[in-house]
Structure formats: structure tokens, C-alpha cells
Design a protein around this ligand. Sequence first.
Ligand code: SF4
Length: 448
Amino acid sequence: MKKVYLETFGCQMNVSDSERVATRLVADGFEITPHEAAADVVLINTCSVREKAEHKLYTRVGQIRNSEREKRGDEQIVGVLGCVAQLEGETLFEGKNEIDFVLGTKAVGRVSEAIENVFAGQKRYFDLGDREDNYDWSVSEVQRHLPYVAFVPIIEGCNKFCTYCIVPFSRGREKSLPASEIIRQVLNLRRQGVKEVHLIGQNVNSYRPKIDNGLEDFHGATAFSRLLRAVAATGIERIKFNTSFPRDFHPDIVDAINENKNLCNWVHLPVQSGSNDILRAMRRGHTIESYLQKIDKIKSSPRKLSLTTDVIIGFPDETDKDFQDTLKMADYCKFDSAYIFKYSPRPGTPAYSMIDNVSAEVKTDRFLEFEKLIRFNQRAVFRSYLDKTVEVLVEKISNKNSMELSGHTTCQKVVNFKGSSELLGKIVKVKISEAKTNTLYGEICCNL
Ligand code: SF4
């Protein structure tokens, strides 16, 4: 039985793809190993969003090719999957260290075929083709990243073409899964004991399925909120969704959350900038005024929804005034937390041809000032949980302390507390006694 070691970089969608790759491989008679040295096949599922993705990939392939195993002369094949594979295709074979095959983002269902072809002697095998019609979206229990939490893709690709972003090129156009398939998966996961599903996609609220096998009509501006209600009706304990696109964020999404306790108290709504000039240059398709209207709706919920965002600092032509507008926006929104990125041009994106004219020093200064504001708000939000009792889905033994358990609240806060492994997979009440920057600590009160 051939052994496969699978390494994953990037977003939830890549993690989810890797789970299905592993599921497919095991079904086809391969064994997944956590040990690179023991593997006959090393697969790297790549991400192109971060800087110098291709360079990092070549470095990693170089490490594999210089491993003890390779030096002994044991055959080990290396396959590259994911976004870098899709974007670079055959050119990846031109690197100094040998890559045996390349599979694009939609070709991952044919991973076993690729491996078999390479073992059969085919050189430089690549497949950048489309997903097969009968692609199996399910993941076996053993291959899930966590036993009690599951990712369920509902839409892939993106039609938005923000000028800094490579995703529409690496993942293609938006394609929604039929609601009936999503509901079938969630019901299956519930039967398997999964407590929390994350409906995932680059823009989940742009969800517009083409066919729907007799379920309610999921077309129109509220298709996503109707999907949320349908998933809520499965009775699964918790539903989270990520990522939302501001322009397609219909207020009915907040109404759906308010109506259904199992729709969690968390919205991630990337804003990217507080300046309309910069939003226009980014081709985001929303203004700061329209964004703040959505924030007002989210904040008006009686449920105290947690709010997180993404911000890019130092986009081309960002002036001090633009940056001040971004600070003003963040001060108004009082985000629970934010992913902050310093702008850097990505080859292949429209913004790559713009002059990257905000100096590294200014980017760093603005980054630090923005981060200070975000952390200030974040500390206030985290401290507001002190002495309060929260419900935590116990997901795993803490990475840092084997005596502690770790899980998430409905509002996506990490909570650590002392407890025994029997609590894994349960939703428990924890009284919060300490608030650090990104983690809450407390003591268990009782099982729910
Ligand atoms: S909405 Fe914009 S940032 Fe998000 S994936 Fe699409 S192009 Fe990229």
C-alpha cells in the first residue's frame, strides 16, 4: 500500500480540499501518513494569496528533494496541488528541484489517477481541467481536521475581481453547490456526531445555485439567508459561515441569525479600507457608507454578534487622509478582531501594474497604528467576557497545555479551561476568569 503525506497551506477552502483529497486517496487504496520520511508520495496543497508563494513552494520542494530518504535513493514522488498549481501549471516543471505532477484547483478529484500515472512512468503529468460532474464533496470522518467541526463548501470561485486579488484567476468563476447537496451533507455530518459546520466559500453570501432538485427556490438577493434557514432547520447544533462579501450582505442574513439559535453569533465582513477612493481603486464594488449600513444592521441584533474583518494597509496611492478614514471606520465598527495585511503586489493581478508607491516605512507605521487601535478594541471586547459564562464546543486538548481543553464560543472566541478528555465534542458552560489578547480562560460550570 503506497503511503501519502499531505501538506496544506492557506485558507479553509484548501484545508477542505485536502480533506477530500485524503478521503479520495484512502478510498482508492492509499494510506495517509503523518510522516514525510515514510511517504512514497508527498503532496503540497498550495496557496497563492501570500507573498512569494511560488518561491516558497520551490524552497519546500528543495527540502523534500534533499531529505535523507531521497539521499538513500528511495523513490518519493512530489505532487503540487491548489492555487499555485492552477496559476503556474506546466511552468512548475522548470524549477531546479523536480516536481512529478501538477493538479489544478478543480482537478483534485483525480489525484489517485495522477499518482498512478507517475508511478507508471509518465513524466511531468499535469491536469488543470474542470471538476468532474460526479465530484464527491463529502469527507470521511477520519480525514476531518477536527472530529466535531466540519467545513462544508457551498460556493467556489469568485466573480468580483478586486484588483489586488488572485483568487478569481486561481479558483475560477463563482459556482454554487445545490442546496439539496449541502443539506444532505449537513444531515450526514449531524448523524456522525459533528456539532458545528462552517459553510465556506470565497463569498458565501453570493450563493446562487443553478439547480435545486425540488427544494425551495434559492435564487435572488436573499438566496444565502434562505440557505441559512434551511441549514438551521437540520437541527445541527452550530452553523458558522465565512467569508461574506459586503455588497452581497443582505440584511435578511441578520434576521435569519436572529430567528435561529443554531446560527452562530459571528460575522466576518472584510472591508479592506475606510476610504472610498481606495475602495474604488481596489474595485471592491461597495462604498464605506454602504458598508457601515450593514454594520449598523449587524450591531442592531439583540444577539450581540461578534464582528471581524480584513484590512489592507498601504494600497497604491493611499494618502494620510485615506488612512485616517480607515482608522475612523475601525473606531466606529469596534471590530472584535481584524486580519491586517500590508499591501504587496501579486503577479497576475490588475493591481500589479499600479505603482506600489506607499513606502515600506509608511506602510509599517500605518500598520502599527492601525493594529494598536484594533488591539485596543479587541482588549475591551475580550475583557467584557470576564465573569461571564459562555458556551464552548470542546474541540481538542490544548496545544500548549495537555491539562487544558480548547474550543470556541458561538462568537468564535477561543476558550481554554481545565477538564478531562471525556468532554471532547460536548458543548459546556465555562465561566471566564482571564482574558488574554486572543484567548479567554475560565472554569467549567456544567455540561449543557
Ligand atoms: S471578493 Fe475580492 S478579495 Fe474576495 S476572493 Fe473575490 S476578488 Fe478576492
